[in-house]
Design a protein around this ligand. Structure first.
Ligand code: SIN
Length: 565
């Protein structure tokens, strides 16, 4: 039995690959491909349990708007896509991992389209594509206009439902990964019972794939849904797995500044929208030659600083330049961006006639569980894929619309490996050859994180607002050594209180209430680890910006950490 936790595109891809879905062959594997899977191991369909904390399809994937970047068009090449990915990653991408992403990614996207993924097409049936920031080609495949994730999730989850080897378990919270004698032995879950109560359940499994997504709920302003609370990353940390590059958290430049901080896709800027300050000045042209289509970290920082300079007032996103090519702008927006169009109108804006207020919001975590090219973690039997993993493709700053692609490619690889690895298979972490100065180590010496501090009786258990505000103030878009040291001390005390209060059994009466407490503990665990990593990285690079170390230091490599038992 293989347990997959999480049902975004990484979890769905892993489940299909492990369960032996015939549509996904090994033929597409490149580079170390087949040879890196257990030599000669006979792969056969495995029984898969797919565990979801909420309803089956609720995930970050479901809410993704922009699309899936892939070099499937005639004027493009995976090598060009790889070059853009490497450039956005500011020297911390792994070349091999990126080549796999763009090359196998194009195959996966073609396969899914052939299998019926309902992407947007023109009247002649050609697949449509959009442009997003820091891409040298229009290569972002979309569906449902700006509802790419929803269409993808529904189409691929239908394949999962149709697979007799996969059982879906909804409303089941991952409390911990069970490790025995240094090898994964299963998972401890809490399952919602028919009355909304909590039923503990231990599932025995020699392979567990974590595909639990990100942790945008660390912050008060986020594009992520409520399920994004870092549960898999926290469980992996508690189990002793190595994690990497947790200091790199991506803030999306344009979430609605009011309401629920709904994402206004980068694809909107790709179609020509511009950013204005409070005086109506287009400030991005002063900052980067690519203006609004500069890499995401550049635009997020510019928006943040502009907001600071104007007393916190949001910047404005103006779509009127699109009218040149789309004279009926209202109709164009309704058709191309139906979700954003409906949402902005619900908030009382007619964006075809007036700019809308936007601000940066937490969006995507580049760091995560350190894996090899097949999702294997440092604990035998534990695999990770998607946002909770650090495969080496996102570096210090993820390129737009590469995340669904990563989930497809590396979820699939993790599923194949989990199905075919022998018990003695060991991970082979990538040999990152991206050192900017020859001879430098590729990773910093691993940091040990201590999460067993004694509880200070004066510290009450933290609620979500306390966590969010601490992270935003001290581990936000722009950091300082002082703010990060404060975060480490405060989050450490909050985590000690949460650990002391921790119960995963029946003492919490209601599933929903218990889940909130467990999520808060997980957020404190991963937030604390992120603050330590950010405090240790004394430079500014990609999404990690420090006022006290404003320049890039090429001698600093990847950060690796694990929790000391
Ligand atoms: C967006 O639509 O702007 C988000 C796409 C992404 O995060 O890659």
């Amino acid at each position: 039995m293989i347990v997959v936790v999480g049902a975004g595109i990484a979890g769905l891809s892993a489940a299909l690959a492990a369960a032996g879905d015939e549509r996904l062959g090994q033929e597409g594997l490149r580079l170390e491909g087949r040879a890196a899977l257990a030599d000669g191991a006979k792969r056969h369909p495995q029984e898969v349990l797919l565990v979801c904390k909420d309803e089956f399809v609720e995930s970050n994937t479901y809410h993704a708007q922009g699309g899936v970047a892939s070099a499937i068009f005639d004027d493009d090449d995976p090598a060009l896509h790889a070059a853009d990915t490497m450039a956005a990653g500011h020297g911390l991408c792994d070349r091999t991992a990126v080549d796999i992403l763009t090359d196998e990614g194009a195959r996966r996207v073609r396969e899914l389209i052939d299998d019926g993924w309902r992407v947007d097409r023109d009247e002649q049936g050609h697949v449509l594509r959009g442009l997003e920031a820091a891409h040298c080609r229009s290569r972002v495949v979309h569906a449902g206009g700006d509802a790419t994730g929803k269409v993808l999730e529904l189409d691929v989850s239908a394949m999962v439902k149709a697979n007799p080897n996969i059982t879906v378990l909804e409303h089941a919270f991952l409390n911990d990964v069970v490790v025995r004698d240094g090898h994964v032995a299963g998972v401890r879950l809490s399952v919602r019972d028919a009355k909304g109560g909590v039923r503990p359940r231990v599932v025995t499994a020699e392979r567990v794939i974590l595909a639990t997504g990100g942790a945008g709920r660390l912050y008060p302003y986020t594009t992520n849904p409520s399920v994004a609370t870092g549960d898999g990353l926290a469980a992996a940390l508690r189990a002793g797995a190595q994690v990497a590059d947790l200091e790199f958290y991506q803030f999306h430049p344009t979430a609605m500044a009011i309401g629920e901080h709904f994402l206004v896709s980068e694809a909107v800027r790709g179609e020509g929208a511009v950013l204005l300050d409070e005086h109506g000045h287009r400030f991005m042209t002063d900052i980067d030659p690519k203006a609004e289509l500069a890499p995401r970290d550049v635009v997020a920082r510019a928006n943040f600083r502009t907001m600071q300079a104007q007393g916190g007032k949001p910047v404005m996103l103006d779509v009127s330049p699109m009218a040149k090519e789309n004279p009926d702008l209202a109709e164009f927006l309704r058709h191309r961006f139906p979700t954003i169009d409906a949402y902005t109108r619900e908030l009382g804006f007619d964006w075809s006639k007036e700019p809308i207020p936007v601000a940066p919001a937490a969006h995507y975590w580049m760091g995560g569980i350190r894996t090899d090219l097949f999702g294997r973690s440092s604990i035998p039997g534990l695999y990770a894929a998607g946002e909770c993993a650090r495969t080496g493709v996102q570096g210090a700053n993820r390129l737009a619309s590469n995340s669904l692609l990563e989930g497809m490619v590396y979820g699939y690889r993790a599923g194949l490996a989990a199905a075919s690895d022998r018990a003695d298979a060991t991970w082979r972490p990538q040999d990152f050859d991206n050192s900017e100065i020859p001879g430098l180590p590729v990773c910093q010496k691993p940091m040990t994180i201590h999460t067993t501090a004694a509880r200070d009786a004066m510290v009450r258990p933290w609620d979500r607002t306390h966590i969010e505000n601490t992270m935003w103030r001290h581990v936000g878009v722009i950091r300082t050594g002082e703010s990060l040291a404060t975060a480490v001390a405060e989050l450490g005390a909050g985590l000690a209180a949460a650990n002391a209060e921790y119960h995963d059994g029946t003492s919490a009466a209601e599933y929903a209430q218990a889940v909130t407490e467990w999520e808060n503990r997980n957020l404190l665990t991963v937030g604390y680890a992120a603050a330590i990593a950010a405090n240790n990285r004394c430079e500014s690079r990609g999404a990690h910006t420090r006022q006290d170390y404003p320049t890039h230091n090429p001698t600093i490599a990847h950060s690796i950490a694990y929790v000391m038992a």
